[in-house]
Design a protein around this ligand. Structure first.
Ligand code: CAA
Length: 258
């Protein structure tokens, strides 16, 4: 397996786990870590043995944001020239479902990384926020867009303009997180959810992910049309044949995955 400096990776059956590992900086997302997470996700997304990916941090911090110390001295021409943070966009193009297992701080880029994932499982100690306003900037990895779509304008505007942190009960009420569990069960729950997803038809799971994501990006009519054509095309797959035959024959399906 590839050697990384800022993350740990492992696989467990059809589940891949990526653990952000810069504990002294509360997993601040520097350029090296961004490159490593994107490379690891790309590798797992291309691996036919993998059906779901978990991204997690530590119990204290999922990630406390982009690395402020790295960003501090950058000029306008540098951030434009480097298309700073642009590499993160690749995560939104993966076919493999990605689960964020969030304990502790998910602030700034940390909250944005969680929102780039498909499902957020959060611990009771999780805190979400977009505190960039306190640094004289605004979110830069999609936070102003994904947070608004996830929780609506009222809360997104409040969080982005005040920089306040949202505790997990508020985040769940607002629709940002999928499930809340005791903090020490975040990773195990995320692994179980990932294993469940990975046991399904990969193509159906990836089309399900694509269809739900379309709801973020298109009108209702366009989204329903996209869903319908994805649904129709699944009838060309062996997994549809197997899944429906297994139901009728009262047995468990054996999906081909990919
Ligand atoms: N970047 C770089 N280093 C960070 C960091 C970050 N985002 N967050 C924490 N650290 C470092 C601290 O500097 C400190 O390092 P030293 O020991 O060398 O001083 C170490 O991590 C521990 O942090 P604290 O001592 O501050 O820990 P705490 O428990 O007292 O506070 C915290 C925790 C409230 C999360 C606080 O660290 C904090 O406010 N961090 C910054 C949060 C933030 O502003 N995030 C947004 C970043 S900008 C961004 O993300 C832009 C974007 O949209 C992409």
């Amino acid at each position: 397996m590839t050697e990384y400096q800022t993350i740990l990776t492992e696989t467990d059956g059809r589940v891949a786990v990526i653990t952000l590992n810069r504990p002294k900086a509360l997993n601040a997302l520097n350029t090296e870590l961004m490159g490593e997470v994107v490379a690891a996700v790309r590798g797992f997304d291309a691996d036919p043995e993998i059906g779901a990916i978990v991204i997690t941090g530590s119990e204290k911090a999922f990630a406390a944001g982009a690395d402020i110390k790295e960003m501090q001295s950058k000029s306008f021409s540098e951030v434009v020239g480097q298309q700073f943070f642009g590499a993160w966009d690749e995560l939104s193009r993966t076919r493999t479902p990605i689960i964020a297992a969030v304990a502790g701080y998910a602030l700034g880029g940390g909250c944005e990384l969680a929102m780039l994932c498909d499902i957020i499982i959060a611990g009771e100690n999780a805190r979400f926020g977009q505190p960039e306003i306190n640094l004289g900037v605004i979110p830069g990895i999609g936070g102003s867009q994904r947070l608004t779509r996830a929780v609506g304008k009222a809360k997104a505007m409040d969080l982005v303009l005040t920089g306040r942190q949202m505790k997990v009960d508020e985040a769940e009420r607002a629709g940002l997180v999928s499930r809340v569990v005791p903090t020490d069960e975040v990773v195990s729950t995320a692994r179980e959810v990932a294993a469940t997803i990975a046991s399904k038809s990969f193509i159906a799971a990836s089309y399900g992910k694509e269809a739900v994501n379309r709801a973020f990006e298109s009108s209702l009519t366009e989204g329903v049309r996209a869903e319908r054509s994805l649904f129709y095309s699944l009838f060309a797959t062996a997994d549809q044949t197997e899944g429906m035959a297994a139901f009728v024959e009262k047995r468990e399906p054996e999906f081909k995955h990919r």
